[in-house]
Design a protein around this ligand. Structure first.
Ligand code: CP
Length: 342
């Protein structure tokens, strides 16, 4: 009997030891500027329902550095539009079902990366992270989550690697990471903030979530992150006062996300995000309250809306390192899924 296919869908599917081993390997790959032909002849399919700069190029570069080729599939932009609902009567503008598309791609590709953001319309489907799980069910090769409704695990791995680089052998249990909500003209999914909280709550660092009360994620998620902090000897606090939360921070991660209110009260959500709380931009003055904190962001970032220029252009900004670490972390993930040794 063949063994089940191993995917990279969620940090929750992997143990701390497995994730730390991937980061160890990513650090070696980075130090060596690793290039090989170990994946020669393999094909990495990259299915993008949403735009990307970093994810697209870093996965292509990782595959090329391992000797593999890539194929980009962009439904509706050079590739057929894809229906994702099971049982859909496809008499509208969707040409092909995801079910056939993934089975066919599995015959051509040795792994498939999928990016499919939340629509922020169907709370149950989003919270179940249904689409990426459906893809894994249809696939017969490894599936990599390149950002789904609720998670961005590749970003989490690069962020965790960046934290390890920041603190080296220092005792991380004495450090404080603040994830601060920021305003934004568009409602953004919760995948990145959840992945930040997920990786940080497993890293041993003390975590503070700073956000307006209405932006607080659903308690079911916060309970998971709190349990993870407890299991790792750290703490999780929630503060609705940004200035207070930033006191003594060692790392500040800025990110905007839509309030959970968006599912039932989208107009109120927009008003809160763009009018009521538009003073939550991360400023240089706010950063002065920290312990000379490093600044992190997944990118892309809206300058002077999410964070001021002086922070992004300052000496403590680490967002470009984070973006670079996507390449190394994903190379380690591909090598693991393809059983390639160094
Ligand atoms: N951080 C990130 O995933 O960037 P892209 O959306 O550009 O891929």
């Amino acid at each position: 009997m063949s063994s089940p296919v191993k995917h990279f869908l969620s940090l929750s599917d992997w143990s701390d030891a497995e994730l730390n081993a991937l980061i160890d390997q990513a650090q070696i790959l980075k130090q060596r500027n690793y290039r090989s032909k170990k994946a020669e002849g393999k094909v990495l399919g990259l299915l993008f329902f949403n735009p990307s700069l970093r994810t697209k190029v870093s996965f292509e570069a990782a595959a090329i550095h391992l000797g593999a080729g890539t194929s980009i599939i962009a439904p509706g932009a050079g590739s057929w539009t894809l229906e994702t609902e099971l049982g859909a009567v496809m008499n509208g503008n969707k040409t092909e079902h995801l079910k056939e598309a993934i089975q066919v791609l599995s015959r051509y590709c040795d792994a498939i990366g999928v990016r499919a953001f939340s629509s922020l319309k169907n709370k149950d489907a989003d919270y179940a992270d249904q689409l990426i799980r459906d893809v894994a069910g249809y696939a017969s090769v490894p599936v990599i989550n390149m950002e789904s409704a609720m998670e961005h695990p590749c970003q989490a791995m690069a962020d965790w690697m960046t934290l390890r680089e920041l603190f080296g052998q220092q005792d991380i249990s004495t450090k404080k990471l603040v994830l601060t909500w920021a305003p934004h003209p568009s409602p953004l999914p919760q995948a990145v903030p959840f992945s930040v909280l997920d990786m940080a709550s497993r890293s041993g660092i003390n975590v503070t979530l700073a956000c307006p009360a209405e932006m607080t994620p659903d308690p079911v998620f916060m309970q998971k992150f709190e349990s993870q902090c407890t299991a790792h000897g750290s703490s999780l606090e929630i503060s609705h006062n940004q200035a207070d939360a930033l006191e003594n921070a060692d790392v500040v991660y800025a990110k905007s996300w839509a309030s959970p209110l968006i599912y039932d009260h989208p107009l109120e959500e927009a008003r809160l995000r763009t009018e009521v709380y538009n003073n939550w931009t991360l400023t240089g003055d706010l950063m002065n309250r920290t312990r000379n904190a490093s600044f992190m962001h997944c990118l892309p970032v809206r300058r002077n809306v999410v964070v001021e220029d002086c922070v992004l252009d300052g000496p403590n900004a680490r967002h470009i390192d984070e973006a670079e670490n996507r390449l190394h972390a994903q190379k380690a993930i591909l090598m693991n899924l393809w059983n390639l040794s160094l």
